[in-house]
Design a protein around this ligand. Structure first.
Ligand SMILES: [Mg+2]
Length: 368
């Protein structure tokens, strides 16, 4: 008798449903980096339910991301085996074929995929790192901020505060006014002391020649990380800066990658020392695992995990986003965010209460 099938594993449990909500969180003051300005951030939060457990995932993106989850991915995932996250990921990808998969659809997949991984870990009652077969017992972290909109006092307070807390690396934004950045880097170095690594991120603000000159000045302040000195689309430019950067200075980019070909191109060009694949953009933990390059010295699985993420909101603190997506179901909890007040997309489910979450099982504890 030919064995053509095997039975379902005994641990199969169906996904009961997906909840999604989008929250727009105003900053306490307008913020900027080298190329962008903003006064709020939108986070799209997904909860996946199965077997009496709930997994949590999220992405940063326009509320349109939540609409894709609600209108497309929700029905794709519902009823699937919660233990087979890879199968759900592939099904979500197929469902997004005609939507334009890199971009909003990739972020939508990321939020759901991350929630499913968290759910699977909870069903198994194991840390996600264990479920993913962790290689390391710890990961390096850095504190990220230092916006170009900060005055010197706030810059010193933020970066110096992280250093005082024992965070051994801090990152500041540069590139809006490169001439003034030399002084800003001095302020930062004075605030964190000589033993904390100082990272800078230009968000693509500089030309190639500006970046080369800037790298030399940054080296004088002991900068060891130069992120997106030129546009991350300028692979030749990144390679140029990488090759000519002062000794000990890494060039990093890749946070805008959504799918494997983007990362393959960046690596093939020899453009970076650190590939900054962002789990919230590159289709989640499954996407990150699929995109993981072999042989690159450093990978940066950014999950934008802020320390404040374990805070909480009450429903009364939240205000309606505008325009409000027409999600069929949201739920009350969340999460983050400090400082400021969250605007939620819908009123909470009757009887629900806000609560806080510990971000157990994130692939990285980076503060990015
Ligand atoms: Mg960056």
């Amino acid at each position: 008798m030919a064995a053509t099938e095997v039975g379902r594993p005994p641990h199969e449990v169906a996904v009961d449903g997906i909840d999604v909500a989008a929250f727009t969180v105003p900053t306490d003051a307008p913020e900027s980096d080298g190329t962008a300005q903003w006064d709020a951030t939108t986070i799209v939060v997904v909860e996946a339910h199965a077997g009496g457990h709930t997994g949590l995932g999220y992405t940063y993106g326009n509320s349109a991301t939540g609409t894709v989850i609600e209108s497309v991915l929700r029905d794709v995932v519902a009823g699937r085996d919660a233990m087979a996250v890879g199968a759900a990921w592939e099904a979500m990808g197929r469902a997004c074929r005609n939507l334009g998969r890199p971009g909003v659809a990739s972020m939508a997949i990321a939020a759901v995929d991350t929630a499913l991984w968290d759910l699977k870990a909870r069903l198994l009652d194991l840390p996600l790192a264990t479920v993913l077969d962790a290689v390391r017992t710890a990961v390096p972290v850095y504190g990220s901020g230092g916006f170009t909109s900060y005055d010197d006092g706030r810059l010193a307070e933020q970066l110096g505060g992280w250093a005082e807390e024992g965070i051994p690396r801090v990152k500041m934004k540069v590139g809006r006014d490169p001439g003034r950045d030399v002084e800003r880097m001095r302020v930062a170095r004075d605030a964190v002391g000589p033993d904390v690594q100082l990272f800078v991120d230009a968000n693509g603000a500089l030309s190639r020649k500006e970046a080369l000159a800037f790298a030399a000045r940054a080296a004088e302040r002991g900068v060891t990380w130069l992120e997106e000195p030129v546009s991350s689309d300028d692979l030749e430019g990144l390679r140029l800066v990488r090759d000519r950067a002062p000794a000990g200075m890494d060039v990093a980019a890749g946070e805008y990658g959504y799918m494997l070909p983007y990362f393959q191109g960046m690596l093939a060009a020899g453009a970076v020392d650190c590939l900054q694949a962002d789990v919230t953009r590159c289709e989640g933990i499954t996407g990150f695992l699929n995109h993981h390059p072999q042989g690159l010295p450093t990978v940066h699985p950014s999950f934008h995990l802020h320390r404040t993420v374990t805070g909480r909101f009450s429903a009364s603190q939240m205000r309606q986003s505008s325009p409000a997506p027409s999600f069929r179901s949201t739920s009350s909890r969340v999460t983050t965010i400090s400082p400021g007040v969250a605007r939620r997309t819908r009123s909470p489910r009757p009887g629900s209460r806000s609560r806080s979450y510990g971000w157990v099982g994130c692939p990285s504890s980076s503060i990015t």
